[in-house]
Design a protein around this ligand. Sequence first.
Ligand code: GLU
Length: 278
Amino acid sequence: MRYRRIVAKFGTSLLTAGSDRLDLEAMSRLVGQVVRLRAQGCHVVVVSSGAQAAGRHRLRGRLTGGHVLSRQAIASVGQSHLMQSWDELFDWHDTVVAQVLLTRRDLSDRLGYLNARNTLRDLLESGAVPIVNENDAVALDAVLATRIGENDSLSAYVANLIDADLLVMLTDVDGLYDSDPHTNAAAKLISRVERIDAEIEATAGGTRGAGTGGMVTKLRAAQIATQAGVDVIVTNGDAPDALVAAAAGEERGTFFPSGADRLESRKRWILGSINSEG
Ligand code: GLU
């Protein structure tokens, strides 16, 4: 494998296969790929969305008296179901998983950052697969200021945190296009982005589907990660070997080569927390 330390971000629309519930078959294809990478000596951290979608589906018709749950509560229900699904699927491969829930506040605090980093490194050394999500129960709405916002940015912070050499954002489109491929049949895939500038940002479309991230958030994440010395790929997760191909260095989808030489850890922490502190 070309890359050894990889963050793999799975979006909601991929994990639900576009439906209103977790799709265990789609998840198990991703699990198979993570297991293959680990067998080749790669360290992989998964960033998994899907808690809210899973919670919404799980709660359907089960609440009494027309009670409407907050998104935090829905995500809490879904997160345990999401982890249970990951746990069972990885267990088929005799692989242990660990749940890591993070908020921006945890990462903008130096001690929190170091603790999260140590925990993730420890887990990777032990052979477990860390599965990260935002801690929606405390991060969503009510304390809006502490939200990372969506898992695209979270995955970039995590890549920074573990000194990853690759961040793969698996999604339900082939990558970044020069116009919206859903409305323009002539839209062309942009296979490589050397620099994220205003022109590239203008080509990124808005949010669609079940997830909260669109291309705009992926570009922001790519910017954070490449600045921290991490290569980034945005590619279609429907291809059964998408993650393995990305780790092997195949430039499918849109590739963002890392800009800077890897910054020293404390500088990367400052870079990663700039937006939250103003
Ligand atoms: N934390 C959210 C969830 O698991 C996902 C946020 C996102 O889709 O980026 O539902």
